[in-house]
Design a protein around this ligand. Sequence first.
Ligand code: MG
Ligand code: ZN
Length: 176
Amino acid sequence: MEQVKAAFFDRDGTIIKDVGYLDSFDKIIFIEETLNLILYLQQQNYKIFVVTNQSGVARGYFDLEFVNKTHTYIKNLLLKQKINIYDYFVCPHHQDSNIVVNKNYLLNCNCRKPKPGLILAAANKYNINLTKSLMFGDKIIDINAGLAAGCKSFFIQEFFNILNQDRIKYYDSIFK
Ligand SMILES: [Mg+2]
Ligand SMILES: [Zn+2]
């Protein structure tokens, strides 16, 4: 079976605006620059995945079902723009017993970024070639998770504020 090349994206601050702990759909605001980048990467045959820490589950701010519903909602909105998020990988855990409310998720896990567990789980499920894959995020934990998994890793801010007419040339200079 041929291996897949993937582009992994953090969620909050990368695909949608970071509003702290997102607890309602009406707080979802897409970051257009990231959507432009995703459209380009799809054309270059990257499959798109989201890898996201959602310790709000462990903290008791919302449940995992809400997170999954949010992802279905986002997926359906983005499909209208021809963006196909292939799958979502979520870490609901936190290891600090002082802040964890839902004890089911009190865990020093291997998936919370900067650990690479979410990316490795995706690679395992979809036969992804990690050395040909990319990771994008707004924080150093995202970069370190990507590097630990063997992916080329980028701060998403690098792709903000590029003039429309320069965008494809800029992308090509990095990804072609
Ligand atoms: Mg983020
Ligand atoms: Zn985890």
